[in-house]
Design a protein around this ligand. Structure first.
Ligand code: PEP
Ligand code: MN
Length: 317
């Protein structure tokens, strides 16, 4: 609330009456401030620094087409293991998640691990098995690229190239991915603010790639009971600030398979355009992220539930 001075010609204050009587008759009426009336002044809207990602300059929600799937026009579900471990594992998982109603298959060939001693992914071999899984099931592929030198190799197989949380601000990688024009799934860095996340998206957009999908995967907070903290309000806010589709990864956001259904429901309720869920045929035997992976049966049950909900209009943010 602020006050704006109102200029009055009615001369009702004592001071203005005295001034009027002292003035020659021919003088023009004295203008003075009679009273201050509080009015609501809308705050000026500064242009956001992420101009191309901003809804202010692009009010329509963007729909990104990746491998024949429209992301941003209804709930899209991407599912599969954290890591591709064998040909048999990825083919079997692809069949199971497809039967449950997933739209795309995920699987890591190049893994960004916190420890250099942990499994780092099977690389090119895993990419070939992912391509085979797509061939058999028709599910488009989502897989991560870690470094600039692998961009071409990964882009040959991926329908949606994942940039993981640890690489969100790898600007050289983002610039190179912009030039491919291939759809990119940009995960939020674990300690990135929303502005930093949208500015990372801006690197892709400004570099000439309009096919950007955002993914909230939990942020680092003081809480250690869950692996990360799912920023649900952040998802709702980014849907308002940006026209880009926003997915939620409830697996990395919670770190616990028992919390994945609740986090998925919440994500859909706040307006996420889709879910990225880790599914392993035997979570206890997974080479990475088993504790947060659903088995195919639990995944199918979750999907049946959220798919049964009334479709949210994409226009509403
Ligand atoms: C992953 O998707 O397996 C992954 C490593 O994700 P994030 O970058 O969100 O940690
Ligand atoms: Mn993982």
């Amino acid at each position: 609330m602020s006050t704006r001075p109102m200029i009055s010609r009615s001369d009702r204050s004592g001071a203005s009456r005295r001034a009027a009587s002292a003035a020659p008759r021919s003088a023009a009426p004295v203008r003075c401030i009679a009273r201050a009336i509080p009015v609501d002044v809308p705050p000026a809207q500064p242009a956001p620094p992420f101009r191309l990602a901003s809804r202010q300059f692009h009010p329509e929600s963007t729909v990104v087409r990746a491998g024949g799937v429209s992301i941003g026009a209804g709930l899209v579900v991407i599912a599969g293991p954290c890591s591709v471990e064998s040909r048999r594992q990825i083919l079997e998982t692809a069949r199971r998640v497809k039967a449950a109603g997933a739209n795309m298959l995920r699987g890591g060939a190049y893994k960004p691990r916190t420890s250099p001693y942990d499994f780092q992914g099977l690389g090119a071999k895993a990419l070939a098995w992912l391509a085979e899984a797509r061939e058999e099931t028709g599910l488009p592929i989502v897989t991560e690229v870690l470094s600039q030198e692998d961009v071409e190799r990964v882009a040959e197989v991926a329908d949606l190239i994942q940039v993981g949380a640890r690489n969100m601000q790898n600007t050289a990688l983002l610039r190179k991915l912009a030039r491919t024009k291939k759809p990119v799934l940009l995960k939020r860095g674990a300690s990135a603010t929303i502005a930093e996340w949208l500015l990372a998206a801006e690197y892709l957009l400004a570099g000439g790639n309009p096919n950007v999908v955002l993914c909230e995967r939990g942020i680092r907070t003081f809480e250690t009971a869950t692996r990360n903290t799912l920023d649900l309000a952040g998802v709702a806010l980014v849907k308002q600030l940006s026209h880009l589709p926003v997915l939620v990864d409830p697996s990395h956001a919670t770190g616990l398979s028992a919390l994945v259904p609740a986090a998925s429901r919440a994500a859909v309720a706040v307006g996420a355009d889709g879910l990225l869920i880790e599914v392993h045929r035997r979570p206890a035997e997974a080479w990475s992220d088993g504790a947060q992976s659903l088995d195919p049966t639990a995944f199918a049950a979750l999907l049946a539930e959220v798919r049964a909900w009334p479709q949210r209009s994409n226009a509403r943010v």
